[in-house]
Ligand binder design. Structure first.
Ligand SMILES: Nc1nc2c(c(=O)[nH]1)N[C@H]1C(S)=C(S)[C@@H](COP(=O)(O)O)O[C@H]1N2
Ligand SMILES: [Mo]
Length: 533
């Protein structure tokens, strides 16, 4: 074989592999469109990767890719898959079986991943199996065509034909245009591409059937029995660039371990309360909506939020008081934990005492006047003011088990996060932005500060490690919500550093000690460096 023939065969192998990989994905997507989204192999492998991801990597992903961490992961899975498919192609154009063996390994991994997901059924193996079977057929057809070409010298030479753009049959190999191997390769390749694209697109359309968006649109929320107190005028300072008092659904941060959003239909949803209770019970969504509901403004914060980070949001929630629900079930003496479980397999442990004390712990059905958005836990989620989300804010919640910390651990506490994780008092500078150029003179420095369930009492700002200046606070809406603050700075030309610290209503000032978010939340003072011109 000449170098050019070798190169051509290499290229044909790589293309065969990539096309076979694309067929696997397209056919898997189409099958998932029939059997359900959990079986999609890329999603399944991604989900397993999330659960196996060590905590530092997960913290890194949340901090650096933000809500795009999932896209980054899916892209990573796809790249690995396509590289492996290419390797399968390169092997297969020499001998078919080794190439098929690579596909089989991927089939096994995808199948194992699919069935390991919470809520998966035997049906969820189908997308991977169908995808791999179709890919095997496509790869065999393309590889055989290449092998046929390589078997004869003339055929091998003809391989260069399409690449060199001379498929006229002229030149080194008379009759190249009718050479069966090449024609077979082109036909198989085109067929594979069509199956991949067609399967992918129709699969996507079919997958829409699994969305509960239309059932969500039909939910009518009742008026609250206990409405939230009116938001005082002055709760929002309306400064440009400053985080608004209420976070819209669309800009509310989202943190969960799910690549595919759980689709929980309200008419099949129930919440079971069991464990160390005298009267285990189960309620339906209809029963939940008929209970007296409380409306409350609560700021929710993620433990992965770094100092100055974006993973905090404030919304008006509507839900049934959790304390009343638990008391109906009757927690028995000795219990100290509520272990909540969700449709995505997540488990979250919450101190029983924080639910039973006087705070507004809710089984929420509404957010900002609408049914919960699907990504924020539709049809029902937990909220316990003052606790980080991973120990309180179970989305798509389906079960509350009253138990003890000694007996049972939850998803994140198994991974070393703290069992008790009250939200640390924090403040953040929103204006000016880091590294902003600010005109000299009087300019607002503004941001938000939070200490949910305690309340913010004071915020101070310091320029260039100078004296602390009291910021003006927005009017408090309640102890569970963040407060905006502003301090007017007389900025002089040059490079400056601004720092902020908050004090909660118990009189405790934020510690200057920097702590990472693992294991119980970041601490330290937020700062920005700006250039005044
Ligand atoms: N079912 C489920 N609930 C969950 C999670 C999850 O992964 N699955 N993540 C928790 C975490 S870590 C946080 S910070 C909050 C985030 O809620 P949000 O996405 O509505 O902002 O949800 C919590 N509830
Ligand atoms: Mo979180």
């Amino acid at each position: 074989m000449t170098i050019r023939e070798r190169w051509t065969r290499w290229l044909a192998g790589a293309v065969s592999g990539l096309l076979a990989g694309a067929v696997a994905l397209g056919v898997a997507q189409l099958t998932a469109g029939v059997s359900g989204p959990l079986g999609s192999p890329v999603v399944a492998v991604g989900d397993v990767a999330i659960n196996l991801t060590p905590v530092p990597v997960k913290e890194f992903a949340i901090a650096h890719f933000g809500s795009h961490d999932k896209d980054a992961l899916l892209t990573g899975v796809l790249v690995v898959l396509l590289v492996a498919a290419m390797a399968a192609g390169l092997l297969a154009v020499r001998r078919t079986w080794p190439g098929l063996a690579v596909l089989a390994v991927f089939g096994a991994v995808g199948t194992a991943a699919a069935v390991s997901q919470p809520g998966a059924t035997a049906l969820d193996v189908l997308p991977t199996l169908a995808g791999v079977a179709a890919a095997a057929l496509a790869l065999t057809a393309m590889a055989r065509a290449v092998q046929r070409g390589a078997a004869t010298g003339a055929g091998a030479a003809a391989w260069a034909g399409p690449v060199a753009g001379s498929d006229t049959g002229a030149g080194a190999s008379p009759g190249a245009a009718t050479w069966p191997g090449r024609r077979g390769f082109l036909v198989a390749g085109a067929g594979a591409a069509a199956v991949a694209v067609g399967g992918g697109l129709s699969g996507r359309l079919l997958l829409d059937r699994f969305s509960v968006a239309s059932s969500r649109a039909q939910v009518r929320l009742p008026a609250p029995a206990v409405p939230a107190p009116r938001v005082p005028p002055g709760a929002d300072l309306r400064i440009s660039g400053l985080t608004p008092f209420f976070t819209s659904d669309a800009s509310f941060y989202r943190v969960d371990t799910d690549l595919v959003l759980p689709q929980v239909a309200p008419d099949s949803w129930t919440l079971r309360i069991d464990g160390m209770v005298s009267r285990p019970l189960e309620i339906t969504f209809g029963e939940l909506l008929r209970m007296p509901l409380t409306e409350a403004d609560i700021t929710l914060v993620c433990v992965s939020n770094e100092v100055g980070g974006p993973y905090a949001g404030n919304a008006r929630w509507l839900g049934a008081p959790l304390a009343a629900l638990l008391r109906r079930a009757g927690p028995r003496a000795g219990a100290d934990q509520v272990l909540s479980a969700a449709a995505d397999g997540m488990t979250i442990s919450t101190p029983l005492a924080t639910i039973l004390d006087s705070r507004n712990a809710l089984l929420a059905v509404g957010m900002n006047g609408q049914p919960l958005p699907i990504e924020h836990g539709f049809p029902a989620r937990m909220l316990v003011p003052g606790l980080y989300g991973y120990v309180s804010a179970t989305k798509w919640v389906t079960r509350l088990t009253v138990t003890t910390f000694a007996r049972q651990r939850a998803y994140w506490t198994q991974r070393g996060y703290a069992e008790r994780a009250p939200i640390k008092t924090e403040s953040r500078i929103d204006v000016p932005r880091p590294l902003a150029r600010v005109p000299a003179g009087r300019t607002p420095v503004a941001g938000v500060a939070w200490a949910p369930s305690r309340g913010i009492a004071a915020v101070e700002v310091s320029a260039d490690s100078g004296p602390w200046h009291a910021a003006r606070l927005s009017t408090a809406d309640g102890i569970d919500t963040w407060r905006q603050w502003v301090w007017v700075w007389d900025a002089t030309p040059g490079l400056h550093q601004l720092r902020v610290r908050a004090t909660d209503s118990a009189g405790v000032t934020q510690t200057p000690r920097d702590a990472a978010s693992f294991p119980d939340g970041a601490s330290g003072w937020d700062s920005v460096v700006v250039t005044v011109t």
